[in-house]
Write a protein that binds this ligand. Sequence first.
Ligand SMILES: Cc1cc2nc3c(=O)[nH]c(=O)nc-3n(C[C@H](O)[C@H](O)[C@H](O)COP(=O)(O)OP(=O)(O)OC[C@H]3O[C@@H](n4cnc5c(N)ncnc54)[C@H](O)[C@@H]3O)c2cc1C
Length: 419
Amino acid sequence: MPDEHRQDTPETAVPDRCEVLVVGAGPAGSACARHLAVAGVDVLLVDQHDFPRDKVCGDGLIPDAHAALRRLGAYDEVAALAQPVAHVRCVATRGAHCDVPGTLSVLPRRQLDHILVRHAVAGGARLATPVRFEAPLEEAGRVVGARLKTAAGVREVRSRWVVIASGAVPQALIAAGMCERHTPSGVALRGYVRNDAMVGRIAQLQIVWHSRMKGGYGWIFPAPGGVFNVGAGLTGSHVRTAAGKGRMQDVNLRRFFDAFCDVYAPARELMAGGTLQGELKGAPLRCSLIGARWSRPGMLVTGEAAGSTYAFSGEGIGKAMETAALAADALIAARAGGSSADDEAVRARYEASLEAIKPKFDLYEIASHVNHRPWLTDLVVWRANRSPRILRRMSGVLEETQNPGRLLSWKGIAKLLLE
Ligand SMILES: Cc1cc2nc3c(=O)[nH]c(=O)nc-3n(C[C@H](O)[C@H](O)[C@H](O)COP(=O)(O)OP(=O)(O)OC[C@H]3O[C@@H](n4cnc5c(N)ncnc54)[C@H](O)[C@@H]3O)c2cc1C
C-alpha cells in the first residue's frame, strides 16, 4: 500500500540496562511502553521489524480501541487518518442484514502501529529495531533481562521487568517459558483491494456468516482512499491431540476465502472489479485470555500473547492496548509504592486485573458457537430488524455500555429469540 504518512521513527542502539524491557511494538507493546515512559519509567521497546511495518489484520477499530487510543492520547492523530464508519453490518446466511450502530473506524495497521510506536517514543520510551527477543536472562528463577539479537550481534540487556507483547505468533512466548498452548485459537486471511466504484456502496464494517464458512465469517471493511480490507477467518481451527499437542484441522483458508466470494455478491464484485494490492496473507489469532501464563517473577505477558483477542469477533486491537495498560498500571503502582522489585505485588495486581476482565472474554468464547451454527444469525438478524430494543442492545454490547451476558450467553441468545 502507498505509505503517504511515512515518517522516520527515531531509534536507539540497545543499551546494557533499562528498568522495563518491552518486547514487541504492536498496539500492546507500544501502549505499555508509552504508559510506562510517561510515568517516568526508563523503558526500552524492541521489535523484530523496523517501522512502519505491515501486520495482517482486518484493521477495524471498534469502540474499545477508540477508548484505549484516547487514554493513550493518540486518538486525534488516528482519527485524522482513519476512515470513520457508523455501523457494523451483520449479514446472515440467507442474505438478510441488520446495521448495528457504533463508534468505528478503519486504519491499516501499517499506519496505526507506526503512530503508536512514535507515540511511545514521544512519551520517552527508547525504541530499538530490528531487534529480536531470543531468551530471558534468569537468576535464581527470576527474569532479570533478555538476550536480544540485533544487526550487530547478540546483546544482553538487564532489566527489572520484561513485558512480553509479541502477539499471536508463539515463538517469543515459547522462548520466554510462558507458552501453555502452541497452537492458535484461530486463523484468518486478508487482502487489500482498491475499487473506487465500491466507495460509498460498502460503507459499514460488513461481517458475513454462511453455512459454507462454518466456524467463522468473511468481512469487508472500508479503509481510507478507495481501499477495502477483505478477508475471512475462523476460530477453533486447531484441535488438541490425545498427546496434548495441537494440530490444524483440515482447513484451507484460501478455499474459505473463495467460498466467501462465492456466497456474497459484494465480495465477488469487489474482487472482480478491483485491484488486489499485494497478496492475500494469513495469520494466527490467540483468544480468550488463554494459552499463556500471564506472569512469572520479573516477567509479564500482555496483549495477544496473553490471548487478549475476542473469540467470536476476532477483534483484538483495543483489548491488546487495554491489557497493556493494566500491565503498565501494575508496574507503576508498585514503583509508586517503592517496591518495583516486589514481584508478588506486581504480579498479583496484574493477574487480578486480567481475572476481572476474563468473564467478558468467556462470553465471547461462548458466542463464538454462533460461528459454528451460522443459521442462528438468520434468527438474530430477523429479530433485530423487528425490535429497535434488541438492536440497541447489540449496539450497547459493541460500545461496551451493556453487559454482554444479556446477549452473548446461551441464555441471552435464547431470550433474544423468544422475547
Ligand atoms: C486476519 C486478522 C484480522 C484481524 N482483524 C482485526 C480487526 O479488524 N480489528 C481488531 O481489533 N483486531 C483484529 N485482529 C486481531 C489483532 O490483529 C490483534 O488482536 C492485535 O494485533 C494484537 O496486538 P498485539 O500488540 O498484542 O500483537 P501484534 O500486533 O501482533 O504485535 C506484536 C509485535 O511483536 C513483535 N514480535 C514478535 N516476536 C518478537 C520477538 N521475538 N522479538 C521482537 N519482536 C517480536 C512483532 O513483530 C509485532 O510487531 C485480526 C487478526 C487477524 C490475524
